[in-house]
Design a protein. Structure first.
Length: 127
């Protein structure tokens, strides 16, 4: 995955941020929505594209309205997209099923007996 070419493929939309902020927030479009089109990307290999499509869909979206600056929000949204893509591209090792050990089974049963005993002692004896 080529991070630089991915950053250049991100499209941005700007709008006014929600929440308080007075005249500055009402006048300036500092909210940034970053969009990354997975299917049209040249920065992803074919196998990476398949994994991202499977996990995130055809369009990856991130929104930032944390800061007062549009430039800073643009950086935050871009970083969030890159982070999502890096997470989606990772190849997970398949889990191998294992049997619980004899000691862990015994511990589990001992804890169950102890919980049962505690609950039994809580019951009212006036029956």
């Amino acid at each position: 995955m080529d991070s630089e070419s991915i950053r250049s493929e991100i499209a941005f939309r700007f709008s006014r941020s929600s929440g308080p902020g007075g005249q500055h927030a009402q006048k300036s479009s500092t909210r940034v929505e970053a969009l990354f089109d997975v299917e049209e990307s040249v920065g992803l290999s074919e196998s990476e594209r398949r994994r991202v499509l499977e996990k995130l869909g055809p369009v990856v979206r991130a929104i930032a309205q944390d800061e007062r600056s549009q430039l800073r929000n643009r950086e935050l949204a871009t970083a969030r997209i890159v982070e999502q893509l890096q997470e989606a591209v990772k190849v997970r090792r398949p889990r191998r099923a294992t049997k619980p050990t004899k000691a862990s089974q015994e511990r589990r049963l001992d804890e169950k007996k102890q919980r049962g005993e505690t609950k039994r002692l809580r019951r009212s004896t006036g029956d």
